[in-house]
Design a protein around this ligand. Sequence first.
Ligand code: OFO
Length: 170
Amino acid sequence: MISKKMTKALNGQLNKEYHSAYIYLGLSAWASEKGYNGCASWFMVQYQEEVAHGMKLFNYLDEQGASIELKDIKAFNFAGTTLLEAFEEAFAHEQKMTGWLNELSDLAMKEKDHATYNMLQWYVMEQVEEEALFSDIIDKMKLIGDNGNGLYNLDKELGQRTFVDPTTQA
Ligand code: OFO
């Protein structure tokens, strides 16, 4: 059984995962509109990953017999104009997510809630992968600059990404 405080905090994170999903869905729509079909598909895969992150938390709360609270999902509007800005905004968002997950881990540790702490470590490690993924793409984009050919090829490369449910991976 998890505490009321932990339940509230995990419900907050559940909402943040769906907000993340919303961000990637929005970036996918933006990229598609701009003709970056590979990136649109890449962001759509990321959207699916975020939904899976949300479901993992949902299932954990359910398993623990905790109340699940589905709050409003904050709107997302991308105000940038370039692919680099889109990935930089996503990267900054992922860094915030890492911070929130670390805070949640701190709370679980403080409450001596070992089960929740263990469950959260999966997210903490997932964030390491996500940050590395975004940072790598940003580096490539900076190298390419506004070289149309380079961007065309990178867009094509990113379009190869396929969805593999991360919550089913060890
Ligand atoms: Fe759920 O990891 Fe990104 O936001």
